[in-house]
Design a binder for this molecule. Sequence first.
Ligand SMILES: NC(=O)c1ccc[n+]([C@@H]2O[C@H](COP(=O)([O-])OP(=O)(O)OC[C@H]3O[C@@H](n4cnc5c(N)ncnc54)[C@H](OP(=O)(O)O)[C@@H]3O)[C@@H](O)[C@H]2O)c1
Length: 283
Amino acid sequence: MSSKLEKPLAGRVALVTGANTGIGRVTARELARQGAQVFIATRSKERTEDALDEIRALAGPTAVEWLELDLGDFASIRKCAEQFLARGTALHLLINNAGLAGARGMSESGFELAFGVNHMGTFLLTSLLLDRIKSSAPARIVTVASRAHYRSTGIDWQAVRAKTASRTALPEYSTSKLANVLFSAELGRRLAGTGVTTYSLHPGVVASDVWRHVPWPLRPLMKLGMISTEEGAQTTLHCATSAALAGQSGLYYDESRPKEPGRLARDPALAGELWTRSEQWIR
Ligand SMILES: NC(=O)c1ccc[n+]([C@@H]2O[C@H](COP(=O)([O-])OP(=O)(O)OC[C@H]3O[C@@H](n4cnc5c(N)ncnc54)[C@H](OP(=O)(O)O)[C@@H]3O)[C@@H](O)[C@H]2O)c1
């Protein structure tokens, strides 16, 4: 029999988005190793089999389940949430990890691609699961943002409804990550007193697939100075599991410590406006 010490998350249920690869894959595996029942939500079952097999080998055949989720597509998000909710299980840990960088275009649901996937997808999924999370309290919602948010010059409400304007898509990525930090802070304020706490974070500069859109000659060079996905998952895991953080909510973390986010990310009026507009957009 495994003890509470070995399996501190026994009886807890976690949902991790984008856990077929990168930081999310390590996060899902480590939560399962600590005893959590884990749901992995990704775009492709085929590309998730390896991660599912790894977790089953480590934590047992029923430790993990797969859900289909494309965060760029509201219909897919609604279906994913419906399927999860129909299971009737609690949800103690929602890890909003999935995200893309450096890709251009528009999401299926009509938003600038990074904003549509990284923010709107996360916003809708969290909204749909929120009642279940509240009824499972104490519970946590962890959103993987980025230090790129410091570079955002603000949210242009017209631009986030149009195709990516810049060539690199990095300004748009920064704004989507600003939205992640603002969302997590606002959600924390709205959930005060419910037993559900929120966390956003920078995972470090991690040698994951997130750089897949960077041209080949640059990519291997860039990756040289980066930390591993194992290291990159540590701040997420800390926010999800550390008992010391149970009394904190709405903060931004870097290297497992709270850090002051950028000026725009600390603006409650901007957070409120983002919330109101996002709510209207998902109707
Ligand atoms: N790596 C870094 O240095 C770094 C730095 C700061 C922040 N971050 C953030 O960390 C998080 C994890 O990134 P990572 O570095 O682990 O990158 P990754 O290896 O590229 O993993 C990203 C995950 O997000 C998923 N995803 C992308 N678009 C999606 C969509 N439309 N619907 C559902 N899932 C989608 C990917 O699925 P597919 O495999 O199907 O594409 C993949 O599972 C992201 O939010 C990223 O912005 C990373």
